[in-house]
Write a protein that binds this ligand. Structure first.
Ligand code: SAM
Length: 329
């Protein structure tokens, strides 16, 4: 079939490289553009020297050594992470769902990371006690590049508590669901689905969501990297109902991510953790108790709680009030 109707259109965010254009301000330097073609706005970085380039069976992988953000990873020209601010993203992707755990304190937790081949989500999950991680990324070349150029991020990959699988995350989820496996948390940390040919296309299908729902059951949560709610609100509003249909409860939350388009990014929490998100700093701190997660860069109980506070127009667009039929008499 030419086009899988269940493959969502996801044409936004940092979708195309525009390295040559728009670089007049940084003469003689290649620039990375965290680019949003729908919006027509771009973030331009002085990329410095390209220190790595490879084309795998799935995508083009590049690493640049930047002055402002340290090493920067691009996939298909699309900014994935920078050494300087990756912790904001990975901490928010993982600690927000893990802080609301249905488990008794200290009980083992199984975390499945789909994508996330840089290792950052695994690293953060492993800060929690008794966590084991299964990480499924389609591209071994990303894992290799992460180990070589982002060793602090990639630390989670080679931890003995992590099992790394190289393969399609959607196929893995289907097979695991068929085997009756369960996870307390599934994190989808994937590239955008900016075209149907992209490897990540399988991770934007209803079939994937159904299988993830089977993996987390009624007590677990799913979180996925979502979009900029400031620049891509229409698309977020269009896709949110599909997650709500698959998981029941959904709770988007946002934080500052300076190197993603608009400087703000969000994740979508689904399932048990979204039914009653911890939107109060004292409640987050109470949930944490004596547990110390170590030196974090970004996440705190207060940041966690604030992340669920949506700007007025974002809240209206994502959760429109049902219209009451007007009384006719
Ligand atoms: N934080 C980044 C962002 O939001 O742009 C995502 C970074 S992570 C490097 C994205 C990973 O998704 C890549 O390593 C890519 O290989 C992986 N990926 C893409 N499609 C996949 C699929 N179908 N199954 C598993 N991993 C996939």
């Amino acid at each position: 079939m030419f086009f899988d109707a269940t493959l969502w259109s996801w044409p936004w965010r940092r979708s195309a490289p525009a390295r040559a254009a728009g670089c007049e301000k940084v003469p003689n330097q290649p620039c990375c553009v965290s680019c949003d073609q729908n919006v027509g706005a771009h973030l331009v970085l002085d990329l410095g020297a390209r220190v790595f380039a490879a084309r795998s069976a799935f995508q083009a992988i590049e690493v640049y050594a930047t002055r402002a953000f340290g090493n920067v990873l691009l996939i298909d020209g699309d900014l994935q992470l920078t050494a300087r601010d990756e912790a904001y993203y990975h901490e928010m992707m993982v600690h927000v769902p893990l802080a609301r755990s249905p488990r008794p304190a200290g009980a083992p937790a199984r975390v499945l990371v789909v994508g996330g081949g840089d290792g950052g989500c695994a690293r953060e999950a492993l800060r929690w006690p008794n966590v084991t991680v299964t990480l499924v990324d389609i591209d071994a070349a990303v894992l290799d590049a992460a180990r070589r150029f982002f060793p602090r991020t990639a630390a989670g990959l080679d931890d003995p508590r992590t099992t790394v699988v190289v393969g399609d995350g959607a196929a893995f989820a289907a097979a695991a669901a068929a085997r009756g496996e369960r996870y307390d948390l599934v994190v989808c940390d994937s590239t955008d689905c900016s075209s149907r040919e992209r490897a990540s296309g399988t991770l934007y299908t209803d079939a994937f969501l159904r299988n993830v729902k089977a993996l987390v059951g009624e007590t677990g949560s799913f979180v996925r990297n979502y979009t900029s709610l400031l620049w891509n609100l229409d698309e977020a509003a269009a896709t949110l109902p599909r997650y709500a249909a698959a998981f029941g409860a959904v709770a988007p939350y946002a934080w500052q991510q300076p190197t993603y388009s608009s400087g703000s990014y969000s994740a979508l929490l689904c399932g048990a953790g979204a039914a009653a998100p911890l939107a109060d700093a004292d409640a987050v701190a109470a949930e944490l108790g004596d547990l110390a997660l170590g030196d974090l860069s970004y996440w705190t109980p207060a940041v966690h709680a604030a992340a669920f506070a949506l700007p007025a127009h974002v809240g209206r667009a994502l959760f429109p009030r049902p219209r009451c039929p007007r009384a006719t008499t």
